[in-house]
Structures are given as C-alpha cells and as structure tokens.
Write a protein that binds this ligand. Structure first.
Ligand code: ADP
Ligand code: MG
Length: 561
C-alpha cells in the first residue's frame, strides 16, 4: 500500500501530464483506501478512474440495511446518490443513474464473498486530474484527491453523517418493490399499479414525477383491485393486470401511453417519491415497437409475414433495412426467443398494418396480395400456446375487443373496467375473418461468436453514446428503439455483457442465444456487478432482454439455426 499521496502530488507539480499515470496503485488515506485504477493520459482524455474503499467499521452501516442482496443494492443506490450529490460541480464524477435503483458498478456494499469485507463500501468514480496546459497542477490535484475526496467520503459514505430515517426509507422502498414484483407471478398478474401512484413524468426529457394540482393519482377499478402484503409498507392495494390479453382503450390524451410507460419502467425499482415506487411489472416484460431501418438476422417471422414481393424466405428472414411491420414482427419474435413473457405494445409506436386489418380492407385486398397477418389474430395463441401475455394500448380500432381477456378504459387519467361492454360489442359481427389461429414455436438461433467482436485493432471498444447508441468494436448499435433503457450506464452495461457472452465462451456458435443468456444471468445474479466492473467504467447490470435487443441490432451479427 502506498502512502504520502499529498507529497507525491506536490512532487509531480509541473511535470508532464502523462506522469499522472505513475499514481496507479493503492494509497492509504485517512479512514479509507484510494485505488487509482487508471491515470489520465492527457487533459482531454477520459477522466482517471479511482475506487474508494471504506472499511465496514468506518462506514458504520447497521446490518439490517445490508442483510440481503436487494437491501445491499438499495443501500448502494442510496450511497451512490449521496456521493453524486457531494461530487456535483467538482472534478469528481459518480454515476448514480436516475429514477431507477439498479445494480451499478459505481457503488457496492461488501457481502463477505470473494475476500470482500462484509459491510465495506466501495465507490468507483471518474476524476478529472487538474493540469496547467500539458503540465500537472499538483496543488490543484492535492486539493481534489486529498481534501475534496475525503470530504465526500465523510459526508456521503459514513452512516453517522446521513439521515438515518431517509436511508432506511430508501432501502425499505426498494425491498418492497422487489417483493411486490415477486408476488406477481403467484397471483397470476403481469403488473401492479398501486392506488395513489403518480405515473406522468415532468416532460419527455425529464423522468422525475409530474407535480402540481393537475396530477391525477392512480386509482384502481374495483374489478382489478388486489391487495398485497409487503415486508415494510404492509398491505397495499392497487390494480392487478392479469395474464392474458389486456387492452387499454380511451380517448387521445387520456393517459393510455403514460400507463403503459409506467409498466415498461416497472421492471425496475424506483427511488422514493418517484411516484412509481409500487408500480411494478414482471422482470420478463418487454416493450415492442416498430423500427424501420433496423437490421434483421435470420429471424422466423412467417407468423406475421407469409411471402414478400422479393421472394425472400420469411421463415428465415434477414434484411439490412427492415420496414415498419417486418421490424416489429422481428422484434416481437426475438423478444419471445430471449424469454419475454409479457409484451407491451402502444399504438403510438406500432406499425398499423401489423396490428390490424379490418373487414373492409380484407374485402378489398385479397389475402394472397397481403403478406401480413395482423397481431390481432396471433395475440390469443401467443398466450394460450406460449404463455406470453400482452398489454396493448389501442384507442383506434375495435377489432381487439374480439381477442382481449380484459379491457381497461382510461378516462381523464383514471382507469375503469369496460370488459363486459366490450364483450357485448364483440358479439355484433363485423364481417372480419381471422387470418391465423396459431402462433408457431419460435426458432432459436445460435449466434456465431466471431460476429460479436468488440475489438478495434486488438483493443476492446465498448462505449455508450448517451442512451441512443452503443459503440461496439467497429460497429454502432442503434438502441433508440429499445425503450427500456434507463440511463447511459445501462447501455455501457449492455456492451460489457455482450462482450462477456463471447469472452466467457457462452456464445460458442452451438448454444442458442437464450441458453447463453441463461449462463450470463446466473453469473450476474446476486449483484455480481464486479464481473462488469472489471472493465472499469460506469455501468449498470442490464436485463437479458436489452442485451438480446442490442445483439439483434448489431449489424455484424451472424447466426446458425
Ligand atoms: P394517450 O396515450 O391516452 O393519448 P398520454 O398517456 O400520452 O395519453 O398522456 C397525455 C398527457 O397527459 C401527457 O402529457 C401526460 O403527461 C399527461 N398525463 C398522463 N397521466 C396523467 C395523470 N395521471 N395526471 C396528470 N397528467 C397526466
Ligand atoms: Mg398514446
């Protein structure tokens, strides 16, 4: 262990900037250790990376805040936020994500495994090392690393400096959300929205809850109300969304998409006061949408697309430039392939011709001229034969009343049960003929590892561009249409996970994508974020569904079947 960081920095004052690299190593600091993982090559290069380790005794967090993986994740999420607050407007950068509380590399509470001390706190961050031109500014560096950083540790990572009630509330809230999500499956539900939940967000670019007198808190319709007992909050009531096909109808601007987006985000736990703390959906819930222009690699879309003018085989379909309908068909099949059991679809982002084909259009355009089979004829079978539920927002067509198990109407942001009325209406024939009666089993694909290459001139290149794209090797993966991506670190996590699938041999050309993801899931379970953190960049542990979605959008991907 190295000592005397302050003196060392003073010694380096005025030296060429690259000498910062000599700081690499572990330093003893008052009350913690500072690991300089990577120096900074020049003033314009990415910040240096450091990790702060605070021993359990110093950190002082009581056992009940960290006695299980969920509570450790929550505590880490809380501490990352405190550290990020303390680091605001300084050269220190702590990644804490936004409203979601994810397993992140930036903060970790030791669980006693792998030589880690139980209850110790590790925070990883970026540090912009100060320079004067191309020279080291040793005095300023001393200020950052020997004054600012210890102050951050003291303020944000010592239990004694924190608001005990607030910490507890945060940890309890996350544990409750997790418990609520686990309760869904045994209750036959795909999602739950608590009474009193605040679903709307401040704006399209601000995920914090909408505030003000105009906000209508959620209230469940009687027919869908269920009660669940939670470890900390006790009994809560709300709307249970059952398995099967659930249709959400209602006038424009009445809150349909807002409800669906809350279900999208419900796969993650949220911070207290988010408004969606107790709005959860199953972890295997995937949003599906149209995305023209994406690539498709050997996906069996014949359930949706029977024949194409080009003569391409739709049971083994590849393209570099999908249409709206083929992209949505492929995304849906890929989601089921990766293990999705609940699909969310919003008319706002769906391809109309893949969703509906009404009686008149059936009469005008003969079936042999129309390659598409609309989802309305497949949704039932998807549930009956494959146990895949759908929650669908559709205000513009009544044809789904024929296939929906449940119909909810949003009216001025409040849902009501209109299932009986919809059934009645569905008894009046429209003259529409069903175009399919079964959704076929998904064909599993075996990705070729050589086609998932993160290297550029022998060096790994995995870098998120906000939440829009992932630079992966020589490729740019466009993930704008992968809607369940909460923040930039999550995108980085996806990239690392893709690389790990290859590095650890899970993708070996013989395993199916689903099998490879099973193996990775097992490794990442229980907060083994360390596996991703070895890459040393801010990242969060992604779900298998977004890893699969990104792989499927990697233009170099090749598969065997
Ligand atoms: P729809 O999909 O039915 O057309 P949206 O879900 O897009 O409607 O919502 C329309 C607007 O209403 C959005 O600006 C949204 O933020 C706002 N909104 C949604 N739910 C609520 C609510 N419960 N209280 C207040 N405003 C809401
Ligand atoms: Mg909408």
């Amino acid at each position: 262990m190295r000592t005397g960081l302050a003196e060392e920095l003073r010694r380096l004052d005025g030296a060429s900037y690259g000498r910062y690299k000599s700081l690499t190593g572990t330093w003893r600091m008052p009350g913690f250790t500072l690991e300089v993982v990577r120096g900074q090559a020049d003033p314009f290069a990415p910040p240096a990376r450091v990790a702060v380790h605070v021993p359990a005794e110093r950190a002082g967090f009581p056992g009940e805040l960290r006695n299980c993986p969920v509570r450790r994740r929550a505590l880490a999420g809380y501490l990352a936020r405190q550290a990020a607050d303390a680091a605001a407007r300084t050269p220190l950068h702590v990644d804490c994500g936004r409203q979601e509380v994810l397993d992140r590399a930036s903060c970790r509470i030791g669980d006693g495994r792998d030589g880690e001390e139980r209850g110790a706190v590790t925070v990883r961050m970026g540090v912009e090392l100060p320079g004067r031109g191309r020279r080291i500014d040793g005095r300023a560096a001393e200020d950052v690393l020997c004054r600012l950083l210890p102050r951050l540790v003291e303020r944000a990572l010592h239990y004694a400096s924190l608001d005990a009630v607030e910490v507890r509330r945060f940890v309890d809230a996350v544990e409750d959300a997790d418990a609520l999500r686990r309760a869904l499956d045994p209750l036959g539900l795909v999602a739950f929205v608590a009474d009193g939940a605040v679903l709307p967000r401040r704006s399209g670019v601000d995920e914090r809850p909408l505030t003000g007198p105009g906000v209508v808190p959620f209230a469940s319709p009687d027919a869908f109300r269920v009660a669940v007992d939670l470890p900390n909050a006790g009994r809560v009531t709300g709307m249970g969304v059952p398995e099967g096909v659930t249709l959400i109808v209602g006038g424009g601007f009445h809150g349909k998409s807002t409800l669906l987006r809350a279900l999208e985000a419900g796969v993650w736990d949220h911070v207290p006061d988010d408004g969606r703390e107790l709005t959860v959906s199953r972890t295997d819930t995937v949003k599906i949408r149209a995305e023209d222009g994406r690539r498709i690699e050997r996906v069996d879309v014949h359930a949706f697309v029977s024949h194409l003018p080009s003569g391409a085989d739709t049971a083994d379909f590849s393209t570099d430039n999908a249409s709206g309908s083929t992209s949505q068909a492929a995304s849906l099949v890929e989601a089921v392939e990766a293990g999705a059991r609940t699909l969310l679809i919003d008319e706002d982002t769906a391809a109309t011709n893949l969703m509906i084909r009404d009686a008149r259009m059936q009469a005008l355009v003969a079936k042999d001229r129309e390659p598409l089979t609309p989802f309305v004829d497949l949704a039932r079978s998807l549930h009956r034969d494959h146990d895949v539920s759908t929650v669908l927002v559709m205000g513009g067509s009544g044809d789904y009343m024929d296939v929906a198990d449940h119909v909810l109407m949003m009216d001025a942001y409040l849902p009501s049960d209109v299932t009986a009325r919809a059934r009645e209406l569905a008894r009046v024939p429209t003259g529409r003929k069903a175009e399919a009666d079964a959704f076929p089993a998904v064909t599993h694909r075996r990705p070729a590892p050589a086609s998932v290459d993160s290297l550029v001139r022998g060096r790994s290149r995995v870098r998120a561009r906000g939440t829009d794209a992932l630079a992966f090797g020589e490729e740019q993966v466009d993930v704008r249409a992968v809607e369940q991506i909460p923040d930039r670190g999550y995108v980085t996590g996806i990239g690392f996970a893709m690389e790990l699938l290859v590095r650890r041999g899970h993708l070996d050309g013989k395993r199916t994508l689903a099998e490879a993801l099973d193996l990775l899931d097992r490794e990442l379970a229980g907060g083994a974020v360390e596996l991703l953190a070895v890459y040393d960049d801010d990242c969060a542990v992604p779900r298998r569904h977004e890893i699969a979605a990104a792989l499927n959008r990697l233009r170099s991907l090749r598969v065997n079947r």
